[in-house]
Design a protein around this ligand. Sequence first.
Ligand SMILES: NC(=O)c1ccc[n+]([C@@H]2O[C@H](COP(=O)([O-])OP(=O)(O)OC[C@H]3O[C@@H](n4cnc5c(N)ncnc54)[C@H](O)[C@@H]3O)[C@@H](O)[C@H]2O)c1
Length: 510
Amino acid sequence: MVGLDQSLFDLPRTHRAREKTLLLTADRDYAFSPDGDSDPLATLQTRIDDRTARVGIVGLGYVGLPLAVEFGAQFPVVGFDSDARRVREIMRGKSPILDVADHRLEDLLGQGQFSATGDFSQMRDCDVLVICVPTPLGKNKEPDLSYVKSAANAIVANLRPGQLVVLESTTYPGTTDEMLLPLLSSRGMKIDRDFLLAFSPERVDPGNKQFNITEIPKVVGGCSELSTEVAASFYGSIIHSVHPVSTARVAEMSKLLENTFRLVNIGLANEMALLARHLHINSHEAIEAAATKPFGFMPFYPGPGVGGHCIPLDPQYLSWKAKREGFDARFITLAEDVNAAMPKRIVEMVANALNDDKKALNGSRVLILGAAYKSDTDDTRHSPAIAILDLLRDRHAEVVYHDPLVERLDIDLSEWAEWRAVKAPPAVDRRNPHVRTLSGEIPARRRYDSLTSVELTASELERADCVVIVTAHEDVDYRLVLEHAKIVVDTRAAISPAQRAGAKARVIAL
Ligand SMILES: NC(=O)c1ccc[n+]([C@@H]2O[C@H](COP(=O)([O-])OP(=O)(O)OC[C@H]3O[C@@H](n4cnc5c(N)ncnc54)[C@H](O)[C@@H]3O)[C@@H](O)[C@H]2O)c1
């Protein structure tokens, strides 16, 4: 079997390709191949080296589409997605992802380097298949691997000798070994003889203009040494630095460690901010001061809570796995509790600010600035803005929002178990229908709703009794806000202390 040679990844690409082809053909068992190729995995490596490998990206979302476009610069790429509308849009050159410009898609489509399809039988023509499908949580916060399973089943149905399969979706340690490997082996195919399998976590940061995919080091861990090696060389063709690890489990764990690190540190920053407010200290000033230490400190900032597809969910995958192994991951639970309570804290800040003006939340008009879970993205999944909006409505405030990137906000409150657990008992919403239960009639809350972003104008700001900055998008005129709003609750330090001092609006910062 080929040993993992770390030094290969330091070699210039042309040398690396030659060395690796030699390694691959030197001491590996020759494979049986129904297609007549005596060593399909060596052929795979050659195709990766000469950039003729056909790359299939399964799931064209925030992760998959940018990756497809990046690989498309070097390899022929096919994108697979179960959402027929998304496939059609992409084939028309319309990108559903802000970070992928339409012209990049149009160029690749025009050059014949990229296509999108819902026809999974084309997976058979691919040399490499990368799975980038969602990994949400189930009702009881358990991992929901149904999307990964369904993508894997499509791959199994089309598996042929000489393919490399890589899972990029975030998941608990053991998924690739325990779930994917048996599935791929179920039709008599064998790892290292017919196919290779690895896990490589995605680290894309939507909206981040500083780092693109090629500049973010890639961790790769295979279910076999050969899998690690070939997967690392595959990613090494577009990514400047690849970090191979000994197993898929290590790679899976590394991703959850990264995201748990963020969850815990954001939780710490939130708790410190609440404490600082209590002590009449500006938490941001304290953080900036601490961050001048050149070692041993990394700044994290408080906010209205965590959102997106990763930070609120991924650590749950780890604590679920921990629980199954009889281990209590207490840091995760604590950080989740602190973060989940933040929307309620923000609503308290709004209520207190209104109270100072002798107003009640009930009947006040509140303008939420920013619906996305973080700045300069249009992603509203698990956005704390939704939690704040719902909590404000619970107290009969009239709520509108403005977000330059989110024209329409579709709300599914059934997703919100995290902060619902920490909020006050639901108020009765008289506008809503009632549902019958075994114990009688109980008031039902509106579970699905849809709002449209209002324009950010002087009159809209003047109509609002309070403005809450939930997302600090760059493309918002904060000067206009400070000029026309009465009260601004700033949860993101979008307003600097200097701006605050000279503002007409009363600014209350977290
Ligand atoms: N969004 C991020 O910033 C980010 C960052 C790092 C890692 N991740 C992880 O990457 C994975 C994907 O996340 P995302 O944000 O790209 O999700 P997404 O919802 O934006 O995209 C997923 C895509 O997969 C498609 N899909 C679902 N099931 C499919 C199937 N069986 N076959 C083909 N296509 C299918 C969906 O239609 C959708 O287009 C998740 O595990 C997530 O945790 C996300």
